[in-house]
Design a protein around this ligand. Structure first.
Ligand code: ADP
Ligand code: MG
Length: 566
């Protein structure tokens, strides 16, 4: 049976190979396990080393903190303390809860209040809206009627301006008033009666009526004097400063209408020029206010009536002394003294004449008066035989009214005065006259208030030396004033303004349709009669001057009368 043997041989061969493979696999597994075993041995050795080190560290730590209690003991000790803390925390939490509740309640109440207010407001809103609409339409109606009234007012204002100017022109652009001062205790004729009744006929100069002055003196050994003069207004000795100003007041309306205005007091020393123009400016002096403070008050009153015109007022104060213009508001001024002592400052000041005088803005009548009064202490004074405190210079207080700069309401040409509306050059601020207009400014009008120096001649004042020179300058400048007024009366082509600083400085207000008021101040005394007659003669000459539309035939009608008393 060889075939069977061969089959059994193959089977056993296969079985051997199978067993061989199994042995090989077992051997590989053994090698793997041996390797793992070696690795584990290594790790064991490492852990053993590490545990040895840990035990050493623990022993070290224990040795470092020998005092520490075992944890269980310290926990037992800390427990009551912790319990107390917990109780305190519980209490705090409770309090916090309570106050939070309170705050919450308050907030809720506020919120409720606010909400109810909002509800009320919302309910009211439609009513308010209706009322607002009604008010808006009412305001619109009022605004329209205001515009109509404003237009009417402007129309009426223009008409009033024209009518007022016609009235002033009818009265005369140049007017002469005469004021007779009362007898004073220093006068020869003064007695008790005269002091009690200031209109008593103790003197030789009398106001016959409110337009006529009578000078009557029956002198036994000489020719009697019996002369009558007429002026636009004559004030007797009893007439007050208020009555004098009442006639000046309309000129300030003309000033606001844009006409230059000049008021000057003329007369011999001691006859009441300064009293009439200034009155007692300081609080120590007694008496009633003069034209300057009253005019300042009226000027600002008129300006405040129409604030939309934005007129500004600048004041300058100068004196014309020995034919020099001295700026009384200049910073480097010094108190004026008379006679030779005054020569030094005068030389310096003469140079100032080329530059315009200092102009100080004023915002109220009080500012105006304070400024004018302050500058007066620098005026030249001297005791003469007719007055213990005689002014040796012409004082000129100028108020310049300027309109707001271009773009402002007054530049529309309607509300500006004739100076800016192409009127004759005579009434404009002449650019070459001293103290004229600044570059770019719009001069609305100018008011010049002049307290002239005494007009008496040298013999009467009884002065000598430097004072004599002063008197001669005063006389020359007054003669130049008379010449200018004479030339204007005769309508001459050339008006000699430049013959004296006085007339040059007053150039703007002595021509064109500027308004000029000359107040002749006279003394009622016998001893002053010659000067009084000269003063009245000057006034009569000034009355010839008539300008503007009412001028035709005015001069003839205004010839001085020389008639007997009624
Ligand atoms: P002038 O300036 O002309 O030299 P004043 O004005 O100084 O003169 O006046 C001289 C004196 O006469 C002053 O004491 C003044 O108070 C007084 N006087 C002048 N006019 C009047 C008047 N109308 N009423 C009362 N006193 C007057
Ligand atoms: Mg005087």
């Amino acid at each position: 049976m060889p075939a069977q043997d061969g089959r059994w041989g193959r089977i056993s061969e296969q079985r051997a190979r199978q067993l061989q493979r199994q042995v090989q696999a077992k051997e590989e597994r053994i090698v793997e396990l041996e390797t793992e075993n070696a690795v584990l041995h290594l790790r064991l050795a490492q852990y053993r080393g590490m545990s040895g080190k840990g035990a050493g560290t623990a022993a070290q730590l224990c040795s470092q903190c020998p005092e520490q209690e075992p944890p269980r003991r310290s926990a037992a000790l800390a427990a009551p303390q912790l319990w107390r803390h917990i109780q305190a925390l519980k209490q705090d939490t409770e309090a916090l809860r309570a106050s939070s509740l309170e705050v919450f309640r308050a907030c809720r109440e506020h919120l409720q209040d606010g909400l109810s207010e909002v509800v009320v407001a919302v309910q009211r809103a439609p009513l308010c809206h209706e009322a607002l609409l009604a008010w808006q339409s009412k305001a619109g109606r009022l605004e329209r009627s205001l515009q109509e009234v404003s237009a009417l007012y402007e129309l009426e204002r223009q008409k009033r301006k024209v009518l007022h100017n016609r009235l002033v022109e009818l009265k005369g652009n140049v007017r002469v008033h005469c004021r007779i001062r009362p007898l004073l205790p220093s006068d020869e004729e003064f007695d008790g009666q005269a002091s009690r009744d200031s209109s008593a006929s103790a003197g030789v100069v009398h106001a016959v009526d409110d337009e006529t002055v009578l000078v009557r003196w029956d002198r036994p050994a000489h020719r009697s004097i019996d002369k009558t003069y007429s002026f636009e207004r004559v004030y007797g000795p009893a007439e007050s400063q208020q009555e004098v100003f009442a006639d000046v007041c309309p000129l300030l309306t003309s000033l606001l209408d844009g006409y230059n205005v000049c008021i000057l007091a003329y007369g011999q020393t001691g006859c009441g020029k300064s009293y009439t123009m200034l009155g007692p400016l300081s609080k120590d002096e007694r008496g009633d206010l003069g034209i300057v403070p009253r005019a300042a008050g009226e000027l600002f009153r008129l300006i405040s009536e129409n604030p939309s015109r934005s007129l500004k007022v600048d004041v300058s104060t100068v004196e014309v002394y020995n034919n020099d213009i001295l700026d009384l508001l200049a910073k480097e001024r010094r108190p004026a003294v008379s006679g030779p002592l005054r020569e030094a400052p005068m030389t310096k000041a003469t140079k100032r004449e080329v530059s315009p005088p200092t102009r100080v803005p004023v915002h109220s009548a009080e500012d105006f008066v304070a400024l004018a009064a302050g500058s007066l202490q620098f005026r030249a004074r001297l005791a003469t035989s007719v007055h213990a405190c005689s002014s040796r210079s012409h004082l000129i207080i100028t108020a310049t009214l300027t309109a707001a700069p271009a773009g402002g309401s007054p530049t529309d040409g309607q509300s500006l005065g004739p100076q800016l509306q192409g009127q004759p050059a005579g009434c404009r601020a002449s650019p070459e006259s001293p103290g004229a207009q600044r570059a770019g400014e719009q001069v609305h009008a100018k008011l010049q208030l002049v307290d002239l120096a005494g007009s008496e001649c040298v013999g009467v004042s009884g002065v000598t030396g430097a004072a004599l020179r002063e008197t001669s300058f005063i006389n020359r400048s007054l003669a130049a004033l008379a010449d200018v007024l004479g030339a204007l009366a005769e309508h001459r082509d050339h008006i000699p303004y430049r013959n004296s600083q006085l007339t040059h400085f007053l150039q703007d207000v002595l021509g064109g349709d500027a308004k000029l008021l000359v107040i002749l101040c006279v003394s009622p005394c016998r001893k002053h009669v010659a000067e009084t007659l000269r003063c009245l003669g000057f006034g009569a000459q000034v009355r010839h001057v008539q300008r503007g539309p009412a001028g035709g035939g005015g001069a003839a009608a205004r010839k001085p009368r020389n008639r007997s008393p009624r």
